[in-house]
Design a protein around this ligand. Structure first.
Ligand code: GAP
Length: 436
Protein backbone atom coordinates (compact mmCIF):
# COMPACT_ATOMS: atom_id res chain seq x y z
CA UNK A 1 0.00 0.00 0.00
CA UNK A 2 1.46 3.43 -0.97
CA UNK A 3 2.40 5.94 1.75
CA UNK A 4 -0.62 7.38 3.57
CA UNK A 5 1.34 10.13 5.21
CA UNK A 6 3.94 12.46 3.73
CA UNK A 7 6.06 12.06 6.88
CA UNK A 8 6.69 8.40 6.01
CA UNK A 9 8.55 9.57 2.91
CA UNK A 10 10.16 12.64 4.48
CA UNK A 11 11.61 10.46 7.27
CA UNK A 12 12.81 7.74 4.93
CA UNK A 13 14.40 10.35 2.65
CA UNK A 14 16.30 11.88 5.57
CA UNK A 15 17.22 8.55 7.18
CA UNK A 16 18.54 6.94 4.00
CA UNK A 17 20.06 9.95 2.26
CA UNK A 18 17.56 10.77 -0.46
CA UNK A 19 16.74 14.36 0.50
CA UNK A 20 18.07 16.67 3.23
CA UNK A 21 16.84 20.11 4.25
CA UNK A 22 19.22 22.56 2.62
CA UNK A 23 21.83 24.31 4.81
CA UNK A 24 20.66 22.15 7.70
CA UNK A 25 23.67 22.90 9.93
CA UNK A 26 22.50 26.53 9.84
CA UNK A 27 18.94 25.59 10.78
CA UNK A 28 17.79 24.87 7.23
CA UNK A 29 16.68 27.22 4.49
CA UNK A 30 12.93 27.23 4.07
CA UNK A 31 11.63 25.38 1.04
CA UNK A 32 15.10 24.39 -0.20
CA UNK A 33 16.33 20.82 -0.29
CA UNK A 34 19.55 19.04 -1.14
CA UNK A 35 19.44 15.71 -2.95
CA UNK A 36 21.75 13.24 -1.21
CA UNK A 37 23.61 10.18 -2.53
CA UNK A 38 20.39 8.25 -3.27
CA UNK A 39 18.12 11.20 -4.08
CA UNK A 40 20.47 12.59 -6.69
CA UNK A 41 20.52 9.18 -8.42
CA UNK A 42 16.73 8.83 -8.24
CA UNK A 43 16.19 12.34 -9.59
CA UNK A 44 18.65 11.69 -12.39
CA UNK A 45 16.81 8.46 -13.23
CA UNK A 46 13.46 10.32 -13.38
CA UNK A 47 14.97 12.82 -15.82
CA UNK A 48 16.72 10.10 -17.85
CA UNK A 49 13.47 8.11 -18.09
CA UNK A 50 11.76 11.24 -19.43
CA UNK A 51 14.53 11.92 -21.98
CA UNK A 52 14.47 8.28 -23.03
CA UNK A 53 10.74 8.36 -23.79
CA UNK A 54 10.52 11.89 -25.15
CA UNK A 55 13.75 12.07 -27.15
CA UNK A 56 15.65 8.80 -27.47
CA UNK A 57 12.74 6.63 -28.61
CA UNK A 58 11.45 9.21 -31.13
CA UNK A 59 12.71 10.78 -34.35
CA UNK A 60 10.79 14.03 -34.02
CA UNK A 61 12.18 15.56 -30.80
CA UNK A 62 15.59 17.13 -30.07
CA UNK A 63 17.07 18.12 -26.71
CA UNK A 64 18.57 21.48 -25.73
CA UNK A 65 20.05 22.97 -22.56
CA UNK A 66 19.44 26.72 -22.45
CA UNK A 67 20.68 29.40 -20.03
CA UNK A 68 18.99 29.89 -16.67
CA UNK A 69 19.68 33.64 -16.56
CA UNK A 70 17.76 35.69 -19.10
CA UNK A 71 17.40 39.34 -20.08
CA UNK A 72 14.13 41.20 -19.28
CA UNK A 73 13.32 41.32 -23.02
CA UNK A 74 12.57 37.58 -23.01
CA UNK A 75 10.16 37.86 -20.08
CA UNK A 76 8.62 41.02 -21.44
CA UNK A 77 7.80 39.17 -24.67
CA UNK A 78 6.61 35.98 -22.98
CA UNK A 79 4.19 37.94 -20.78
CA UNK A 80 5.81 36.78 -17.53
CA UNK A 81 6.76 40.31 -16.42
CA UNK A 82 3.14 41.43 -16.72
CA UNK A 83 1.23 38.27 -15.89
CA UNK A 84 3.25 35.79 -13.87
CA UNK A 85 1.91 36.88 -10.52
CA UNK A 86 -0.07 35.56 -7.56
CA UNK A 87 -2.78 37.68 -5.88
CA UNK A 88 -1.60 38.41 -2.32
CA UNK A 89 -3.53 39.69 0.71
CA UNK A 90 -2.14 40.83 4.08
CA UNK A 91 -3.81 40.42 7.45
CA UNK A 92 -3.90 43.82 9.22
CA UNK A 93 -4.03 42.08 12.62
CA UNK A 94 -1.34 39.35 12.56
CA UNK A 95 0.60 40.80 9.58
CA UNK A 96 0.77 37.44 7.80
CA UNK A 97 0.50 37.23 4.02
CA UNK A 98 -1.59 34.75 2.01
CA UNK A 99 -2.50 33.85 -1.54
CA UNK A 100 -6.03 35.07 -2.11
CA UNK A 101 -6.86 32.07 -4.29
CA UNK A 102 -5.85 29.69 -1.44
CA UNK A 103 -8.19 31.23 1.17
CA UNK A 104 -11.03 29.06 2.40
CA UNK A 105 -13.07 32.12 3.44
CA UNK A 106 -12.03 35.46 1.85
CA UNK A 107 -13.32 37.32 4.96
CA UNK A 108 -11.39 35.38 7.62
CA UNK A 109 -7.63 35.35 8.26
CA UNK A 110 -6.53 31.66 8.16
CA UNK A 111 -3.77 32.36 10.70
CA UNK A 112 -5.34 34.41 13.52
CA UNK A 113 -9.03 34.03 12.63
CA UNK A 114 -9.66 37.81 12.56
CA UNK A 115 -12.76 38.80 10.57
CA UNK A 116 -12.51 41.26 7.64
CA UNK A 117 -8.86 41.96 8.46
CA UNK A 118 -7.52 41.12 5.01
CA UNK A 119 -6.35 43.82 2.60
CA UNK A 120 -7.35 43.94 -1.08
CA UNK A 121 -5.25 41.64 -3.24
CA UNK A 122 -2.05 42.91 -4.86
CA UNK A 123 -0.27 41.13 -7.70
CA UNK A 124 3.10 39.69 -6.64
CA UNK A 125 5.43 38.67 -9.48
CA UNK A 126 6.95 35.24 -8.91
CA UNK A 127 10.18 35.75 -10.82
CA UNK A 128 13.53 36.07 -9.06
CA UNK A 129 15.39 39.16 -10.20
CA UNK A 130 19.13 39.68 -9.89
CA UNK A 131 21.87 41.75 -11.51
CA UNK A 132 24.51 40.77 -14.07
CA UNK A 133 27.92 42.39 -13.74
CA UNK A 134 29.41 44.58 -11.04
CA UNK A 135 26.86 47.39 -11.10
CA UNK A 136 23.37 46.95 -9.69
CA UNK A 137 20.52 48.91 -11.14
CA UNK A 138 18.64 49.57 -14.32
CA UNK A 139 20.11 47.96 -17.39
CA UNK A 140 21.83 45.22 -15.37
CA UNK A 141 18.67 43.34 -14.33
CA UNK A 142 18.36 39.69 -15.27
CA UNK A 143 15.83 37.07 -14.27
CA UNK A 144 16.18 33.45 -13.24
CA UNK A 145 13.90 31.53 -15.58
CA UNK A 146 10.54 30.58 -14.03
CA UNK A 147 10.07 27.88 -16.71
CA UNK A 148 12.41 26.17 -19.14
CA UNK A 149 9.93 26.67 -21.98
CA UNK A 150 11.14 30.08 -23.16
CA UNK A 151 14.56 28.58 -23.96
CA UNK A 152 12.85 26.49 -26.63
CA UNK A 153 10.95 29.42 -28.15
CA UNK A 154 13.94 31.75 -28.37
CA UNK A 155 15.95 28.92 -29.99
CA UNK A 156 13.19 27.90 -32.41
CA UNK A 157 14.92 29.39 -35.48
CA UNK A 158 18.35 28.05 -34.43
CA UNK A 159 17.02 24.52 -34.07
CA UNK A 160 15.03 24.70 -37.30
CA UNK A 161 18.15 25.77 -39.21
CA UNK A 162 20.62 23.38 -37.61
CA UNK A 163 18.58 20.18 -37.42
CA UNK A 164 16.48 20.33 -40.62
CA UNK A 165 13.43 19.28 -38.58
CA UNK A 166 10.01 20.32 -39.79
CA UNK A 167 6.63 20.40 -38.05
CA UNK A 168 5.46 18.28 -36.40
CA UNK A 169 8.62 18.30 -34.31
CA UNK A 170 9.57 19.10 -30.74
CA UNK A 171 12.28 20.73 -28.65
CA UNK A 172 12.77 19.26 -25.18
CA UNK A 173 14.65 20.52 -22.16
CA UNK A 174 15.28 19.37 -18.60
CA UNK A 175 16.60 21.75 -15.98
CA UNK A 176 16.19 24.08 -13.06
CA UNK A 177 13.52 26.75 -12.79
CA UNK A 178 12.92 29.27 -10.03
CA UNK A 179 9.77 30.84 -8.64
CA UNK A 180 9.45 33.02 -5.59
CA UNK A 181 6.52 30.94 -4.32
CA UNK A 182 4.57 32.58 -1.49
CA UNK A 183 3.55 29.30 0.04
CA UNK A 184 6.18 26.66 -0.68
CA UNK A 185 4.87 23.50 0.92
CA UNK A 186 4.69 19.75 1.20
CA UNK A 187 8.36 18.80 1.10
CA UNK A 188 9.64 18.85 -2.51
CA UNK A 189 6.13 19.30 -3.98
CA UNK A 190 6.30 23.09 -4.14
CA UNK A 191 9.72 24.71 -3.74
CA UNK A 192 11.32 27.92 -4.95
CA UNK A 193 14.05 26.07 -6.84
CA UNK A 194 12.90 22.98 -8.74
CA UNK A 195 13.48 21.01 -11.92
CA UNK A 196 11.23 20.81 -14.93
CA UNK A 197 11.02 18.47 -17.92
CA UNK A 198 9.32 20.32 -20.77
CA UNK A 199 8.58 19.66 -24.41
CA UNK A 200 7.46 22.30 -26.91
CA UNK A 201 5.93 20.42 -29.83
CA UNK A 202 5.49 22.56 -32.98
CA UNK A 203 2.67 21.56 -35.34
CA UNK A 204 0.70 23.01 -38.26
CA UNK A 205 -2.05 25.16 -36.63
CA UNK A 206 -4.92 22.95 -37.77
CA UNK A 207 -3.28 19.90 -36.13
CA UNK A 208 -3.07 21.46 -32.64
CA UNK A 209 -6.13 19.73 -31.14
CA UNK A 210 -5.13 16.31 -32.48
CA UNK A 211 -1.59 16.55 -31.02
CA UNK A 212 -2.99 17.81 -27.73
CA UNK A 213 -5.07 14.61 -27.42
CA UNK A 214 -2.04 12.56 -28.44
CA UNK A 215 0.23 14.08 -25.79
CA UNK A 216 -2.40 13.75 -23.05
CA UNK A 217 -2.51 9.99 -23.69
CA UNK A 218 1.26 9.62 -24.07
CA UNK A 219 2.01 11.43 -20.85
CA UNK A 220 -0.53 9.48 -18.79
CA UNK A 221 1.06 6.28 -20.12
CA UNK A 222 4.54 7.43 -19.07
CA UNK A 223 3.61 7.62 -15.39
CA UNK A 224 1.67 4.35 -15.53
CA UNK A 225 4.51 2.52 -17.30
CA UNK A 226 6.88 3.61 -14.52
CA UNK A 227 4.67 2.04 -11.88
CA UNK A 228 2.20 4.68 -10.68
CA UNK A 229 -1.05 2.78 -9.94
CA UNK A 230 -4.03 3.79 -12.14
CA UNK A 231 -6.12 4.79 -9.11
CA UNK A 232 -3.48 7.37 -8.13
CA UNK A 233 -3.47 9.10 -11.54
CA UNK A 234 -6.02 11.21 -13.35
CA UNK A 235 -6.21 13.70 -16.21
CA UNK A 236 -8.13 16.85 -15.30
CA UNK A 237 -9.04 19.44 -17.96
CA UNK A 238 -8.79 23.06 -16.71
CA UNK A 239 -11.85 25.25 -16.36
CA UNK A 240 -11.83 28.48 -18.43
CA UNK A 241 -10.91 30.65 -15.43
CA UNK A 242 -7.87 28.49 -14.56
CA UNK A 243 -6.12 28.86 -17.91
CA UNK A 244 -2.69 30.53 -18.05
CA UNK A 245 -2.33 33.74 -20.06
CA UNK A 246 -1.03 31.80 -23.09
CA UNK A 247 -3.28 28.75 -23.09
CA UNK A 248 -6.22 27.80 -25.31
CA UNK A 249 -6.75 24.60 -23.35
CA UNK A 250 -4.87 22.74 -20.64
CA UNK A 251 -5.22 19.41 -18.87
CA UNK A 252 -3.29 18.46 -15.75
CA UNK A 253 -1.91 15.03 -15.02
CA UNK A 254 -2.73 14.74 -11.32
CA UNK A 255 -1.46 12.39 -8.64
CA UNK A 256 -3.27 11.41 -5.45
CA UNK A 257 -0.94 12.89 -2.80
CA UNK A 258 -1.63 12.22 0.91
CA UNK A 259 -3.32 15.67 1.08
CA UNK A 260 -5.43 15.13 -2.09
CA UNK A 261 -5.07 15.43 -5.86
CA UNK A 262 -2.12 17.57 -6.99
CA UNK A 263 -0.63 18.50 -10.37
CA UNK A 264 2.37 16.61 -11.75
CA UNK A 265 2.26 18.02 -15.22
CA UNK A 266 0.29 20.45 -17.37
CA UNK A 267 -0.37 19.71 -21.04
CA UNK A 268 -1.21 23.01 -22.73
CA UNK A 269 -2.23 24.24 -26.15
CA UNK A 270 -0.03 27.34 -26.29
CA UNK A 271 -1.19 28.09 -29.84
CA UNK A 272 1.23 30.47 -31.64
CA UNK A 273 1.29 32.84 -28.65
CA UNK A 274 4.99 32.55 -27.78
CA UNK A 275 6.44 32.52 -31.29
CA UNK A 276 4.30 35.52 -32.28
CA UNK A 277 5.30 37.41 -29.14
CA UNK A 278 9.02 36.72 -29.58
CA UNK A 279 8.85 37.59 -33.29
CA UNK A 280 7.17 40.90 -32.41
CA UNK A 281 9.63 41.81 -29.66
CA UNK A 282 12.85 40.58 -31.31
CA UNK A 283 12.11 41.53 -34.90
CA UNK A 284 13.13 38.03 -36.03
CA UNK A 285 10.90 35.89 -38.25
CA UNK A 286 9.79 32.86 -36.24
CA UNK A 287 7.85 30.82 -38.77
CA UNK A 288 8.13 27.76 -40.94
CA UNK A 289 8.24 27.74 -44.72
CA UNK A 290 7.03 24.49 -46.23
CA UNK A 291 8.88 24.23 -49.53
CA UNK A 292 6.71 21.40 -50.84
CA UNK A 293 3.45 23.33 -50.54
CA UNK A 294 4.84 26.89 -50.61
CA UNK A 295 2.98 27.58 -47.37
CA UNK A 296 4.45 29.88 -44.71
CA UNK A 297 3.02 29.71 -41.19
CA UNK A 298 3.70 30.18 -37.48
CA UNK A 299 3.41 26.72 -35.90
CA UNK A 300 1.09 26.05 -33.00
CA UNK A 301 2.59 24.56 -29.87
CA UNK A 302 1.45 21.71 -27.67
CA UNK A 303 3.40 21.67 -24.42
CA UNK A 304 3.64 18.77 -21.97
CA UNK A 305 5.35 20.46 -18.96
CA UNK A 306 6.27 18.23 -16.02
CA UNK A 307 8.12 18.78 -12.76
CA UNK A 308 11.04 16.41 -12.17
CA UNK A 309 11.40 17.01 -8.43
CA UNK A 310 7.65 16.88 -7.85
CA UNK A 311 7.37 13.71 -9.91
CA UNK A 312 10.16 12.18 -7.85
CA UNK A 313 8.03 12.77 -4.73
CA UNK A 314 5.09 11.05 -6.43
CA UNK A 315 7.19 8.04 -7.45
CA UNK A 316 8.44 7.71 -3.86
CA UNK A 317 4.94 7.93 -2.39
CA UNK A 318 3.53 5.41 -4.87
CA UNK A 319 6.42 2.96 -4.35
CA UNK A 320 6.38 3.05 -0.55
CA UNK A 321 5.12 -0.12 1.12
CA UNK A 322 5.23 -1.89 4.45
CA UNK A 323 4.84 -5.66 4.70
CA UNK A 324 5.98 -8.61 6.78
CA UNK A 325 8.69 -11.12 5.90
CA UNK A 326 8.99 -14.20 8.10
CA UNK A 327 7.06 -12.45 10.86
CA UNK A 328 9.30 -9.37 10.68
CA UNK A 329 8.04 -5.96 9.56
CA UNK A 330 9.86 -4.36 6.65
CA UNK A 331 9.65 -1.13 4.65
CA UNK A 332 10.12 -1.56 0.94
CA UNK A 333 10.29 0.92 -1.93
CA UNK A 334 8.80 -0.89 -4.91
CA UNK A 335 10.44 1.48 -7.39
CA UNK A 336 10.46 0.61 -11.08
CA UNK A 337 13.96 -0.76 -11.90
CA UNK A 338 14.55 2.17 -14.27
CA UNK A 339 14.05 4.57 -11.37
CA UNK A 340 15.79 2.66 -8.57
CA UNK A 341 19.01 4.46 -7.45
CA UNK A 342 20.94 1.18 -7.36
CA UNK A 343 19.86 -1.62 -9.66
CA UNK A 344 21.85 -4.25 -7.80
CA UNK A 345 23.55 -4.69 -4.41
CA UNK A 346 26.50 -7.06 -4.10
CA UNK A 347 26.63 -8.56 -0.62
CA UNK A 348 29.47 -10.89 0.37
CA UNK A 349 28.24 -13.17 3.15
CA UNK A 350 31.46 -12.65 5.09
CA UNK A 351 34.22 -10.06 5.26
CA UNK A 352 36.81 -12.86 5.33
CA UNK A 353 39.74 -12.38 2.99
CA UNK A 354 39.10 -15.68 1.22
CA UNK A 355 35.80 -14.29 -0.14
CA UNK A 356 36.94 -10.73 -0.91
CA UNK A 357 38.56 -11.24 -4.37
CA UNK A 358 35.54 -13.12 -5.76
CA UNK A 359 33.11 -10.59 -4.25
CA UNK A 360 35.09 -7.73 -5.82
CA UNK A 361 35.13 -9.55 -9.15
CA UNK A 362 31.33 -9.89 -9.06
CA UNK A 363 31.01 -6.23 -8.05
CA UNK A 364 33.20 -5.18 -10.99
CA UNK A 365 31.28 -7.28 -13.53
CA UNK A 366 27.90 -5.93 -12.46
CA UNK A 367 29.22 -2.40 -11.88
CA UNK A 368 30.38 -2.14 -15.51
CA UNK A 369 26.72 -2.20 -16.48
CA UNK A 370 24.73 -0.55 -13.64
CA UNK A 371 25.16 1.44 -10.45
CA UNK A 372 25.88 -1.06 -7.72
CA UNK A 373 25.92 -0.80 -3.93
CA UNK A 374 28.58 -2.97 -2.31
CA UNK A 375 27.91 -3.72 1.35
CA UNK A 376 29.80 -6.15 3.58
CA UNK A 377 28.70 -4.81 6.97
CA UNK A 378 26.13 -6.27 9.43
CA UNK A 379 24.06 -9.44 9.15
CA UNK A 380 22.76 -10.45 5.74
CA UNK A 381 19.14 -10.01 6.93
CA UNK A 382 19.76 -6.40 7.90
CA UNK A 383 21.54 -5.73 4.64
CA UNK A 384 18.56 -7.09 2.68
CA UNK A 385 16.19 -4.83 4.68
CA UNK A 386 18.38 -1.82 3.96
CA UNK A 387 18.35 -2.53 0.22
CA UNK A 388 14.56 -3.09 0.31
CA UNK A 389 14.11 0.27 1.96
CA UNK A 390 16.08 2.13 -0.71
CA UNK A 391 14.38 0.28 -3.55
CA UNK A 392 17.24 -1.90 -4.89
CA UNK A 393 15.49 -4.47 -7.14
CA UNK A 394 18.11 -7.27 -6.75
CA UNK A 395 20.70 -8.35 -4.21
CA UNK A 396 23.51 -10.68 -5.23
CA UNK A 397 24.98 -12.72 -2.38
CA UNK A 398 28.47 -14.14 -2.65
CA UNK A 399 29.06 -17.00 -0.16
CA UNK A 400 31.70 -19.63 0.55
CA UNK A 401 30.00 -22.08 -1.78
CA UNK A 402 30.57 -19.54 -4.56
CA UNK A 403 34.29 -20.36 -4.30
CA UNK A 404 33.42 -23.98 -5.17
CA UNK A 405 30.57 -23.70 -7.69
CA UNK A 406 31.35 -20.27 -9.19
CA UNK A 407 27.72 -19.28 -8.66
CA UNK A 408 25.92 -16.63 -6.60
CA UNK A 409 22.42 -16.11 -5.19
CA UNK A 410 20.10 -13.50 -6.67
CA UNK A 411 17.41 -12.28 -4.26
CA UNK A 412 14.40 -10.37 -5.54
CA UNK A 413 13.23 -7.30 -3.64
CA UNK A 414 9.45 -7.61 -4.12
CA UNK A 415 8.98 -11.34 -3.56
CA UNK A 416 12.23 -12.02 -1.61
CA UNK A 417 12.58 -15.16 -3.77
CA UNK A 418 16.12 -16.45 -4.26
CA UNK A 419 17.75 -18.28 -7.16
CA UNK A 420 21.27 -19.59 -7.69
CA UNK A 421 22.98 -18.41 -10.89
CA UNK A 422 26.43 -19.11 -12.42
CA UNK A 423 28.62 -15.98 -12.25
CA UNK A 424 29.32 -16.27 -15.98
CA UNK A 425 25.67 -15.57 -16.85
CA UNK A 426 24.93 -13.25 -13.92
CA UNK A 427 24.84 -9.98 -15.87
CA UNK A 428 22.62 -11.48 -18.59
CA UNK A 429 20.28 -12.93 -15.97
CA UNK A 430 20.05 -9.61 -14.10
CA UNK A 431 19.50 -7.73 -17.34
CA UNK A 432 16.53 -9.95 -18.22
CA UNK A 433 15.03 -9.59 -14.78
CA UNK A 434 15.54 -5.81 -14.61
CA UNK A 435 14.37 -5.26 -18.18
CA UNK A 436 17.36 -2.90 -18.61
N1 GAP B 1 5.96 25.97 -19.17
C1 GAP B 1 4.72 25.75 -18.50
C2 GAP B 1 4.88 25.64 -17.06
O1 GAP B 1 5.91 25.95 -16.51
P1 GAP B 1 3.59 24.97 -14.90
O2 GAP B 1 2.30 24.21 -14.75
O3 GAP B 1 3.69 26.28 -14.22
O4 GAP B 1 3.78 25.12 -16.46
C3 GAP B 1 4.96 22.77 -14.99
O5 GAP B 1 4.79 24.06 -14.45
C4 GAP B 1 5.30 21.78 -13.89
O6 GAP B 1 6.42 22.24 -13.15
C5 GAP B 1 4.19 21.62 -12.83
O7 GAP B 1 3.20 20.72 -13.25
C6 GAP B 1 4.97 21.09 -11.64
O8 GAP B 1 5.17 19.69 -11.77
C7 GAP B 1 6.31 21.78 -11.80
N2 GAP B 1 6.35 22.94 -10.88
C8 GAP B 1 5.85 24.17 -11.07
N3 GAP B 1 6.07 24.96 -10.00
C9 GAP B 1 6.75 24.20 -9.10
C10 GAP B 1 7.29 24.43 -7.80
N4 GAP B 1 7.21 25.62 -7.20
N5 GAP B 1 7.91 23.41 -7.17
C11 GAP B 1 8.05 22.20 -7.76
N6 GAP B 1 7.57 21.93 -8.98
C12 GAP B 1 6.92 22.90 -9.66
Amino acid sequence: MPARDLDQIVNLCKRRGFVYPSAEIYGGFRSSYDYGPLGSLLLRNVKDAWIRTMVQLRDDVVLIDAAILGPPAVWEASGHLANFADPLVDCRVCKNRFREDHLEDPHVCPHCGAKDSLTDARAFNLMFKTYAGPVEGEGAEVYLRPETAQGMFVNFANVLQTTRKKPPFGIAQVGKSFRNEITPANFIFRTREFEQMELEFFVPPEDGPRWYEYWCTERMNWYADLGVPAEMLRLRPHDEDELSHYSAGTADVEFLFPWGWGELEGIAQRTDYDLVQHAKHSGEKLEYFDQASGRRYVPYVVEPAAGATRTMAAFLLAAYDEDEIGGEARTVLRLHPRLAPYKVAVLPLSKKETLAPLAQDVRRRVGERWLVDFDDTQSIGRRYRRQDEIGTPYCVTVDFESLEDNAVTIRERDTTEQVRVPIDVLVRELSERLGL
